[in-house]
Design a binder for this molecule. Structure first.
Ligand SMILES: Cc1ncc(COP(=O)(O)O)c(C=O)c1O
Length: 404
């Protein structure tokens, strides 16, 4: 084995091997309700929670688009162009989010990196064609996703980067008050998957408008799940639509791969070059774009009951967990976590569930705050009653053994 003296890889690798996290688990099926190679185990880790790829019609759209377009991107969108499948997807999602325009990226992470690059950077393409943003200041919810904080790493905290207390409009307003006169962008999420809480989006946008700040909401988790009038959080989602920019990931309800930002037409056009993430790397695969358009219409127009049934199933399951007095996060969203706290305890519990053929993933720092580790339980639309009964029985047993 090659060793790299002076580096800490050996001890670090040993530590994560001991925690069972040195290698991604291999599964011969699309990550969904089950997971595994020879033996299938119950999977509560997949964010592909509607499990739509198993539907014949969805498969057909993906296969047809693969035959038509193939699985290469050929390069970056600005140089190689995009397919009609991309154009349709961007139009469909911009319309759904009530924005003028949308641009897609290979992942949601790249959308966030691209946004920060475009909004924070100063770029001069040629004489008379430049964007000078070195004065722009960003205010993040402190629990915003890793990809957002990573993209802001080069900004000096306290000068160009500030954070407000999680979901606190008062804390945000206190910061915006101090930043009056500056160009400010407020960055937050719609639904935070670790605590399962929905942001007070109307109130956040109200404060942004009061102080002339732009708003950017990362709706990776709630896209296509929340918004309609008959569902919970409709009021909050009316606030989301008022945000200047909305980012979505295609990994979750859609269950494919990609990310989009929707917003004002000229800004989105400028992102083609300024984001870097559309000019220097590959974009969404055409079949994923075609699948996304199909699934978006399926969930919003043809069969919205897919989401309604899923949410009812989650509510039912949550009630069972609460009735059993298991320590879960206090939320009504589809994101539920078992609250553990200590990181080591959380990893031990993850291992104990695995021994009972259940994969329920540990979220430790930096995914969760330090000392506030959780096991995040993502219910899948295709989980069977037997699988869920088994999870509850095992949870009770591990609780009795004082593992959490
Ligand atoms: C809130 C949030 N933003 C961004 C991302 C990144 O999206 P993607 O996985 O499409 O890169 C995630 C992914 O889990 C997320 O939860």
């Amino acid at each position: 084995m090659t060793s790299l003296p002076g580096w800490n890889f050996d001890t670090f690798a040993e530590g994560i091997r001991a925690a069972g996290m040195a290698e991604p688990p291999v599964s011969k099926v699309i990550p969904g309700p089950v997971h595994g190679t020879d033996r299938m185990i119950t999977n509560l880790a997949s964010v592909n929670f509607l499990d739509l790829q198993r539907r014949e019609d969805v498969m057909r759209v993906l296969l047809d688009a693969t035959k038509q377009y193939g699985l290469a991107t050929g390069g970056s969108r600005i140089l190689q162009g995009v397919t009609p499948a991309h154009v349709d997807m961007e139009r469909t999602i911009a319309d759904y989010l009530q924005k003028e325009s949308a641009i897609s990226f290979a992942t949601g992470t790249l959308a966030n990196i691209g946004f920060m690059s475009a909004m924070a950077g100063t770029q001069s393409l040629m004489k008379g064609l430049s964007m000078v943003n070195r004065d722009v200041v960003f205010v993040f919810d402190r629990d915003a996703h890793w990809s957002l904080w990573k993209s802001a790493e080069s900004l000096k905290f306290g000068e160009r980067l500030f954070s407000f207390e999680h979901n606190s409009v008062e804390s945000l307003e206190a910061i915006l008050k101090k930043l009056q006169g500056k160009r400010v962008v407020v960055v937050f999420e719609s639904v935070y998957s670790i605590d399962g809480v929905v942001a007070p989006m109307h109130e956040i946008v109200d404060v942004c408008e009061k102080y002339g700040a732009l708003s950017y909401v990362d709706d990776a988790n709630g896209f296509l799940v929340y918004g309609p009038a008959h569902r919970k959080f409709h009021q909050e989602y009316q606030g989301l639509l008022r945000s200047t920019f909305i980012m979505v990931s295609l990994k979750k309800a859609v269950g494919l791969e990609g990310g989009l930002i929707a917003g004002p037409r000229d800004a989105i056009a400028a992102f083609e070059l300024l984001s870097g993430a559309s000019a220097f790397t590959a974009g969404v695969l055409a079949p994923a774009a075609a699948g996304t358009t199909y699934i978006t219409k399926l969930l919003t127009e043809q069969e919205p009951e897919i989401v309604d049934n899923y949410l009812a199933k989650v509510a039912d399951f949550r009630k069972r967990l609460t009735d059993e007095e298991l320590p879960i996060t206090d939320t009504e969203t589809c994101f539920t976590s078992l609250v553990v706290g200590d990181e080591h305890k959380c990893l031990r519990l993850f291992g104990a569930f695995l021994e009972h053929d259940i994969r329920v993933p540990p979220y430790v720092y930096p995914a969760a705050r330090r000392g506030q580790a959780v096991l995040r339980i993502i219910l899948n639309a295709s989980h069977t009653d037997e699988q869920l009964d088994h999870f509850i029985e095992v949870s009770k047993k591990l609780r009795e053994q004082k593992l959490f």
